[in-house]
Design a protein around this ligand. Structure first.
Ligand code: ATP
Ligand code: MG
Length: 137
């Protein structure tokens, strides 16, 4: 089965939405097979989002992602990468379909409550960034 990396972002942990967001994943048939709450360092945030290093929003994004605790998790299920992207909704909550996490919870295009890997290949790299094999079960 497929796995994807999910991050519940600081805007969501601050508003105590971890359980409500996890219920969305579980109700959709995704299994949380690893999970931890942590504070990203600036260095970790910059490395995790390195693909966006040249974008205008990169600096603000790294500041936001280090503004409070995040919950990093591995979700498992059939087509988990795409399935999770559907559950999350569009990056900008103004464009997110009703019933998606971002439509229902996100504050802005930056503070959009969740991250999800965008391909199985990136998922494998992002999972390895946060978890060792023995932490996933
Ligand atoms: P994520 O990678 O977090 O799952 P995504 O794949 O939908 O989101 P990306 O294009 O990868 O979107 O952007 C990564 C993150 O950068 C977004 O989730 C958002 O927090 C932030 N971001 C993207 N575009 C903008 C923007 N125009 N202004 C501010 N922040 C942005
Ligand atoms: Mg992305």
């Amino acid at each position: 089965v497929e796995r994807t990396l999910s991050i519940i972002k600081p805007d969501a942990t601050r508003r105590n939405l971890t359980g409500k967001i996890n219920a969305r994943f579980e109700d959709a048939g995704l299994r949380i097979v690893a999970q931890k709450r942590l504070q990203l360092t600036r260095e970790q945030a910059e490395k995790f989002y390195a693909v966006h290093a040249e974008r205008s929003f990169f600096n603000d994004l790294c500041t936001f992602m280090t503004s409070g605790p995040v919950v990093v998790q591995v979700l498992e299920g059939e087509g988990a990468v795409l399935r999770n992207r559907e559950i999350m909704g569009a990056t900008n909550p103004a464009n997110a379909a009703p019933g998606t996490i971002r439509a229902d919870f996100a504050e802005s295009v930056e503070a959009n409550s969740v991250h999800g890997s965008d391909s199985p290949e990136n998922a494998a790299n992002e999972i390895a960034f946060f978890f060792s094999q023995i932490e996933i079960l």
